[in-house]
Design a protein around this ligand. Sequence first.
Ligand SMILES: Cc1cc2nc3c(=O)[nH]c(=O)nc-3n(C[C@H](O)[C@H](O)[C@H](O)COP(=O)(O)OP(=O)(O)OC[C@H]3O[C@@H](n4cnc5c(N)ncnc54)[C@H](O)[C@@H]3O)c2cc1C
Ligand code: FES
Length: 354
Amino acid sequence: MTTEYRITVEPLGRDVMCREDQTILDACLRAGVWVPHSCTHGTCATCKAEVLEGDVDHGEASSFALMDFERDEGKTLLCVCKPRSDVTIEADVDADDAIEVYPVEDYAGTVVGLEEVALDTRRLLIELDRDLTFNAGQYMALAVPGHDGVTRTYSMANIPTEPRVLEFQIRRTKDGLATDGWIFKDLAVGDPIKLSGPYGRFVLRVDRDEPSVLIAGGTGLAPIASMIRHALENDLEEIGHLTLYQGARTREWMYDVERFRALEADYPDRFTYRPCLSEEEAEGFASGMVTDVLNADHENLKGYIGYVCGPPGMVEAALKTLMLKRLFPRDIYKEEFLDASAAASVVRSPLIKR
Ligand SMILES: Cc1cc2nc3c(=O)[nH]c(=O)nc-3n(C[C@H](O)[C@H](O)[C@H](O)COP(=O)(O)OP(=O)(O)OC[C@H]3O[C@@H](n4cnc5c(N)ncnc54)[C@H](O)[C@@H]3O)c2cc1C
Ligand code: FES
């Protein structure tokens, strides 16, 4: 029989039960107790918390995300640590009214679409066994078949009012277990998929009415597409003007251009689209990295908010640009698509916590 332990989450004073083979983050999110998290794989440090009482197994915490001296001080990463006794933790659970807390649940899905949309980039459509409620920008964990307990995280590109068929946009990673070894290899329409969610706090800020710049690199477009479509198509009039900077090296890496041009035509007062190519000149596309184009477009961004999503290097560059343009960290929301290689190499921006 699997042993269960009681986890007390301070400062909320909430108790949740957690199996010895379950992470504390998982137990909290399934019980509807929201604690901060991002990568869910021990690499980003967003879920760092203090163990006030009890024993935990720190699991596969990256030594960059949880340094040895922090372990000695009683810190842990909730997304990978498992209880070894009843435990009391103190987490950074600041109330955030823009995020509805939807408990994490398991879903069964079936692949109903799989298409190549750009070089090494696939759109995957999964029909769920029941509706999913989520915030625009959140992500799911997909179980990798044949590898017990191994999951990979992908952001929804569909909108909350499309709750049954989820759209994912997935970039191939060379030698990657889930991408090269499954999604780009033998995954096919009709295959069953196990997934859980929703996770994450990179969401459309329905509490903010400032104009925003949204910067997407590669498949970092997925959660941003969900946010933009949700704001426009679901008539969230309180959301300010949205400008999307979509970056790719060349046209063969760029996707969904027509989709965003159509949105721009439908909502000219609410949405501006700036597709940017860094290694090719082409009509209808700005030339340069997204950060160069943003730099040229705006003398400063005072009064704006920023959303950034993509590979860690691109996110870091975009954060620097936004801060040089006078945005404060509290006005910038970001998601880094950290993968397993990041566990060994991630260098965190000291300026942004989210
Ligand atoms: C919150 C979040 C949302 C995301 N959303 C998306 C999305 O919408 N679309 C998308 O395309 N991606 C997304 N990602 C990235 C995605 O989750 C995967 O990381 C990516 O698809 C790679 O998975 P993989 O199994 O193919 O590669 P992995 O097997 O995880 O390998 C990734 C790389 O790491 C190397 N590697 C493996 N193990 C180690 C090790 N121990 N040390 C050093 N290097 C190692 C591999 O050689 C490879 O180059 C997201 C990530 C996060 C954190
Ligand atoms: S969510 Fe735990 S380290 Fe990223």
